[in-house]
Design a protein around this ligand. Structure first.
Ligand code: HEM
Ligand SMILES: *[C@@H]1O[C@H](CO)[C@@H](O)[C@H](O)[C@H]1NC(C)=O
Ligand SMILES: *[C@@H]1O[C@H](CO)[C@@H](O)[C@H](O)[C@H]1NC(C)=O
Length: 336
């Protein structure tokens, strides 16, 4: 990001062209060649020569995993999201606790719910067999999210590659920056804005909740304390059956009650009927500024899918390490 900002400054300085500016320009050029976090370095052909089979190897690992367990598609999409929102899409979420790492896996928003690590590890191991040390874990996460979407009938998109892996993780940033089901609309909007994503992107991306499951403890308050104008009474009592007021915290319920295993726009139709599972789902359609986006996606599955794809591309390019920054890990769960 810093390098990209410097490039913009260069152009402004050239227009002013005076002596001081020329010196500044040289400094900026030096800085931008030595800093390496810039989206411009990505390419969808990044591994064409260095690891031509990488994409097909990863795709088949993801297909196998999803055919074994359909929910894995949801888990892999979420894993990429939770990677990108903490230090950028740098595979920091994959690092386990070690003397130098305090793992993000233990963050409140991740522990006991983020999954799919072994699928990424095995895709990485397959790729390492033919091209050791070439393909980053961060790129594998981005490709896995796309391949998972496709595997359950969701949209496809072209993933630009060239991300590198972090040598650090941050439990503190994870707890501070990953959204929570209890966040209000303003907080959600400003959280996503902080990552360069608009409110509309946020609504499209929340449509990932057309897939997967949530634990009782994440929606218990809503199904017992929600008011009639906020939650459909029949839906609340259905969900209470497997989510008692005390206990049962780990019991699961589908985020999309209609079609939990396929990628469609029922999630948005549910919101209009006040049948969103999480408070953070229903808040997207609660009389606020995002209501119109929810309505639009509830009417047009095609618009939802294409906006979801665009927003996933944006999300997958948050604060990347590229060039010679970071490293290509040998195994995804530990630094080299
Ligand atoms: C808008 C803010 C968001 C909040 C507050 C939120 C919160 C949650 C929560 C609480 C769960 C259940 C976790 C548990 O059981 O503990 C969940 C699941 C999930 N989230 Fe989100 N989420 C948000 C946005 C997103 C985005 C942007 C994506 C992806 C693009 C996403 C993808 C998923 C998926 C696929 C699942 C199901 C995972 C599985 O079944 O393994 N979420 N989310
Ligand atoms: C997850 O984190 C919460 C709060 O940080 C903690 O109370 C809980 O014991 C943790 N659960 C697991 C399974 O590690
Ligand atoms: C309902 O709200 C009350 C008051 O905030 C709270 O003490 C209680 O734990 C909530 N019930 C559930 C099931 O979360």
């Amino acid at each position: 990001m810093a390098a990209c900002a410097a490039m913009v400054n260069n152009k402004m300085i050239m227009r002013n062209s005076n002596k001081n500016a020329a010196v500044l320009l040289l400094i900026f050029l030096f800085l931008s060649s030595s800093t390496s976090t810039c989206k411009a370095h990505l390419s969808s052909h990044f591994y064409d020569h260095t690891c031509p089979n990488a994409l097909s190897t990863i795709r088949s690992a993801i297909r196998t995993a999803v055919s074994r367990e359909r929910r894995m598609a949801a888990s892999l999409v979420r894993l990429h999201f939770h990677d990108c929102f903490v230090q950028g899409c740098d595979a920091s979420i994959l690092l386990k606790d070690s003397p130098s790492i305090t793992s993000e896996r233990n963050a409140f928003q991740n522990n006991a719910s983020v999954r799919g690590f072994e699928v990424i590890d095995s895709a990485k191991a397959e790729v390492e067999k033919t091209c050791p040390g070439v393909v980053s874990c961060a790129d594998i996460l981005a490709l896995a999210a796309r391949d998972a979407s496709v595997a359950v009938g969701g949209p496809s998109w072209s993933v630009k590659l060239g991300r590198r892996d972090s040598t650090t993780a941050s439990l503190t940033l994870a707890e501070a920056q990953l959204p929570r089901a209890t966040d209000d609309l303003q907080k959600l909007i400003s959280n996503f804005a902080g990552k360069g994503l608009t409110a509309e992107d946020m609504v499209a991306l929340s449509g990932a909740h057309t897939l997967g499951q949530a634990r009782c403890l994440t929606f218990k308050d809503r199904i017992y304390n929600g008011t009639g104008s906020d939650i459909d009474a029949g839906f609340a009592s259905t969900r209470q059956r497997r989510c008692p007021a005390t206990g049962g915290d780990e019991n699961l319920a589908a985020l999309d009650l209609v079609t939990p295993n396929s990628f469609d726009n029922n999630y948005f139709k549910n919101l209009i009927q006040k049948k969103g599972l999480l408070a953070s789902d229903q808040i997207l359609f609660s009389g606020g500024s995002t209501d119109n986006v929810v309505s639009k996606y509830s009417r047009s599955p095609a618009t939802f899918k294409s906006d979801f794809a665009s927003a996933m591309i944006k999300m997958s390019e948050i604060d990347l390490l590229t060039g010679s920054a970071g490293q290509i890990r040998k195994i995804c769960s530990a630094i080299n």
